[in-house]
Design a protein around this ligand. Structure first.
Ligand SMILES: NC(=O)c1ccc[n+]([C@@H]2O[C@H](COP(=O)([O-])OP(=O)(O)OC[C@H]3O[C@@H](n4cnc5c(N)ncnc54)[C@H](O)[C@@H]3O)[C@@H](O)[C@H]2O)c1
Ligand SMILES: N[C@H](C(=O)O)[C@H](O)COP(=O)(O)O
Length: 349
């Protein structure tokens, strides 16, 4: 069994406590996992889930990733990172919290790129704390892209990545992620959509074992209604789909964005018509997935030469430190990371 690094997340948020909960509630799934971060932060998190008769979980310092394999179930192994800031006030944006979250992700990313861990699972960080710490990345996706490009000696545009959100009913891949809606519309181009289709096709062909049926959502209401409500479908989206089809990909659309997710959703009564929906911007894709339940979704970065998954929720500052946060999404992220890492080629997972 290989080891998986879990990043601690923002110490002011629910990341550390969902991590310790996952070790408590899913010891089999968490076998071989360890936390890259700060021991005191994880010990404080373990206290949040203690109650009379259950004093919390043991949190043990390990000296190297492979030591995680020797840990008994329901013990949280932590690889203490040098210089990482310790516990921070719950629910507050801060530069020290951003530095701590970033240190954990950077360590885990580099370990994964060197092949020292099989995958990384990232607990949520707060993007404003990351910015306060002086890191010019919108989130994990952009930071990991930059680390991977540097590791390979490539320019950023030579390491294109995409965000995929998955639950048991839907998959969606986003054309653009953390940009304003105005910039997202500007980012829609023939090349970017074609590249998104190729990245999605490559990743899902590996994980599904067959070419994915890809539905492309329109940008405008009713996919433009024949040009009455916008021309992007006619001028950009349809030509990119046609080019992808000519290259042998199973891409269809553009479909009306308000109904394509319904058609792609798998239910016990209804087989999904598509394996994935390509969404034209962040909220178009993420609202349908998150609306089905934050506990069910997993965020996977496609295009990286490493496996990275994450829960689909954020730092939830409103409930941090109370021990009430649901760890299901993190547990699902660990299961998915293990499955992706076990594929014959996990590159561009
Ligand atoms: N993977 C990540 O690092 C990640 C993912 C999403 C958001 N974020 C960041 O997190 C910060 C806060 O984002 P937000 O407030 O928009 O979304 P959020 O997901 O943190 O919270 C939205 C709502 O869902 C609830 N919630 C979230 N996770 C929960 C859980 N595990 N159990 C129970 N309730 C839960 C919260 O209490 C809140 O009411 C932002 O900086 C955002 O960018 C990070
Ligand atoms: N857009 C993601 C979501 O809402 O789930 C989230 O912000 C995470 O982004 P990174 O994986 O890039 O941190």
């Amino acid at each position: 069994m290989q080891t998986i690094a879990i990043t601690q997340g923002d110490p002011a948020g629910i990341g550390p406590e969902v991590v310790v909960k996952a070790f408590r509630d899913a010891p089999d799934a968490l076998r071989g996992c360890f936390v890259a971060g700060d021991l005191a932060t994880l010990r404080r998190a373990a206290q949040t889930i203690g109650h009379p008769g259950f004093p919390g979980l043991p949190v043990a310092r390990i000296s190297a990733p492979e030591r995680a394999l020797e840990m008994p179930p329901r013990c949280v192994p932590v690889l203490q990172l040098p210089g990482i800031p310790g516990p921070q006030p719950w629910g507050q944006i801060g530069a020290a919290a951003g530095r701590a979250a970033a240190a954990s992700v950077l360590w885990a990313a580099r370990a994964a790129l060197r092949g020292e861990v099989a995958a990384l699972v990232t607990a949520p960080l707060h993007k404003q704390s990351l910015a306060a710490a002086g890191l010019a990345f919108a989130g994990h996706t952009e930071l990991l892209q930059a680390e991977a490009a540097t590791h390979r000696g490539l320019a950023l545009e030579q390491m294109p990545v995409r965000m995929m959100l998955v639950n048991d009913a839907l998959r969606t891949v986003l054309l653009s992620v953390h940009v304003s809606l105005r910039d997202a519309i500007a980012a829609l181009s023939f090349d970017r959509l074609l590249q998104t289709l190729h990245i999605t096709h490559a990743a899902l062909s590996r994980s599904l074992g067959k070419a994915p049926r890809m539905a492309v959502a329109g940008l405008n209401p009713h996919a433009g209604e024949g040009g009455l409500f916008g021309r992007e479908e006619i001028e950009v989206i349809a030509p990119a789909i046609a080019a992808a089809r000519a290259q042998g990909l199973d891409a269809q659309g553009p479909f009306a964005p308000d109904t394509v997710f319904m058609r792609a959703r798998a239910t016990p009564q209804h087989a999904a018509a598509f394996d994935v929906v390509i969404a034209m911007y962040h909220d178009q894709g993420l609202i349908p997935v998150k609306y089905l339940g934050l506990d069910r979704g997993v965020n996977v970065t496609l295009g990286l030469p490493l496996v990275r998954t994450s829960p689909d929720h954020g730092t939830a500052f409103d409930i941090a430190g109370q021990g009430v946060a649901d760890a299901t999404s993190l547990i699902e992220a660990v299961r998915m990371a293990r499955a992706l890492a076990a594929q014959p080629s996990s590159a561009h997972a």
